[in-house]
Design a protein around this ligand. Structure first.
Ligand code: HEC
Length: 108
């Protein structure tokens, strides 16, 4: 019984870790890093034009939760009265994982 509990705990912990790692990988593979650095995770914005870039999300994210980030990126939410510049072509699950990861940065 105790062994079962221990292995279940391991599964819960490792799937949580996998989700966090996925969020970061998806953030990069969907090109969020074109415009956004995440300085705490060694991610630098790759866009050549400074004007195109958005804020470093390691600093910006504490203000917003994952649900808000999903709405922003899908352009259902405005920021400073403007629609988000980036577009997202992946699935809801993928965006959810990215948004959770970004929201979880919270200035770490
Ligand atoms: C073409 C450039 C571009 C791409 C690509 C892009 N963004 Fe953005 N993003 C911006 C800009 C510019 C702002 C700031 C807008 C403003 O301040 O009015 C922003 C703002 C944000 C914010 C709000 C930051 C805050 O102030 O709290 C979040 C969160 C965000 N983006 C997430 C993402 C995610 C997730 C992706 C990938 C799916 C992404 N962005 C892709 C340009 C981009």
């Amino acid at each position: 019984m105790r062994r079962l509990a221990a292995s279940m705990l391991f599964i819960v912990l490792s799937s949580g870790y996998a989700r966090a790692a996925d969020g970061q990988a998806l953030f990069v593979s969907y090109g969020c890093d074109k415009c956004h650095a995440v300085s705490t995770h060694g991610i630098t914005a790759t866009a050549k034009s400074e004007k195109m870039r958005g804020p470093d999300l390691a600093e910006a994210s504490p203000k917003h939760d994952a649900a808000w980030i999903v709405r922003l990126v899908t352009k259902q939410e405005l920021l400073d009265g403007k629609k988000h510049k980036g577009s997202f072509k992946g699935s809801d699950e993928e965006l959810g994982a990215i948004a959770e990861w970004v929201a979880g940065l919270k200035g770490n």
